[in-house]
Ligand binder design. Sequence first.
Ligand code: PSV
Ligand code: MN
Length: 427
Amino acid sequence: MKVKKSQITGYNERYLSEHHEQYFHLNIQLDRREINADDLVAQLQKFQVAVPSWALGAGGTRFGRFSTGGEPGNLEQKIEDVGLLHAITQSAGAISLHIPWDIPKDTKAIKQKAKSLGLVFDAVNSNTFQDQPDQKYSYKFGSLSHADSSIRQQAIDHNLEVIEYGKALGSKSITVWLADGSSFPGQNNFRRAYQHTQAALQEIYNGMPKDWKMYIEYKPYEPHFYSMVIPDWGTSLSLAEACGENAYTLVDLGHHLPNTNIEQIVALLLMKGKLGGFHFNDSKYGDDDLTCGSIKPYQLFLIFNELVEGMHNNVNNNPDLAWMIDASHNLKDPLEDLIQSLEAIRIAYARALLVDREELAEAQEENDLTRCQEILQAAFRTDVRPLLAEARRLSGGALNPIGFYRQMAVRKQLIKERGLKTVATGL
Ligand code: PSV
Ligand code: MN
């Protein structure tokens, strides 16, 4: 399904005067704080978040999976869905592929299709957490960290092959998430597992083109429940440093133990020039993969506050970050869920841009804690939605993406085109 520009403008026309009024009022409010709303809008227009190819179908839990209907049955259809999201929101201009879930058969045609929808290819992701039917050795007891060198080699070769797919599509980075670990004390030799992993990552790193980046993702538990080989940002950072300057730590918001101060991790990684990117989602308990901003919007704002601050004082030349949503849509329509996530991420970003940094630094120097909190919360409590709507409108998107999606009855249309029973590849 494709939406026409005229359908979006037609939809917007009905809400235009209401929007102008809201934007006008926000303008006055921001003007008093010496903030230029148009500058913020321009920054929001540039801010794009990648959508993973595995998030377009219904996710599941280990107890079951409930289909949404109209799920994309192949890579072409997945790209079409991201194209749809991008057309409506003007903020999802990239797609991230997981190999082998989404191996492009005709690379040229896939690239062309993405280009026609205004999409580029974000990081490619390797998968050594599942066995594939044609695979010689099993990853049951590990991949890059495995005790057996033939199995490590197979996993290294897979990563190198993923890089080749990425090169053909125009990707510039690879994300490695390692499911390796142990579920019982004594199962693994921690140091040997780390050393094997480091050597393997170095080999993959050396196989990357010079202008590529490697993102090393960490996770404290799951699928293993006693230890993970890369459980935290410290381990990821040490491996990135061992690989070289183009290797970075990737922060997935769900990959932390409850109450971890993620904003502090982000601040320190940025200071080291080693923050590569983000996987956005939200959680109450663990790696819940819920809609971004649905549980802890204040935490998301505090993370963006550190990001904006760190990017301003970029002492170690941290490169631009790779932004991606990594969520699982068990109950909601995946496309609606993604629209809501995109909105929540941009709200947090816009609010962080409102923080008066000079005043905050001053209040921090004076240990005026009350003022520090007032400054942060003044930004957090500002309703920035008119800024987002204006950014979308100027770029050709819908003033209210969910409203437009529902009015167009997109899911109904997709079910009509693809059927009720299609199942997307991936999780
Ligand atoms: C693992 O939980 C993860 O966050 C990694 O990024 C994977 O690539 C993705 O989810 C999909 O399994
Ligand atoms: Mn992730």
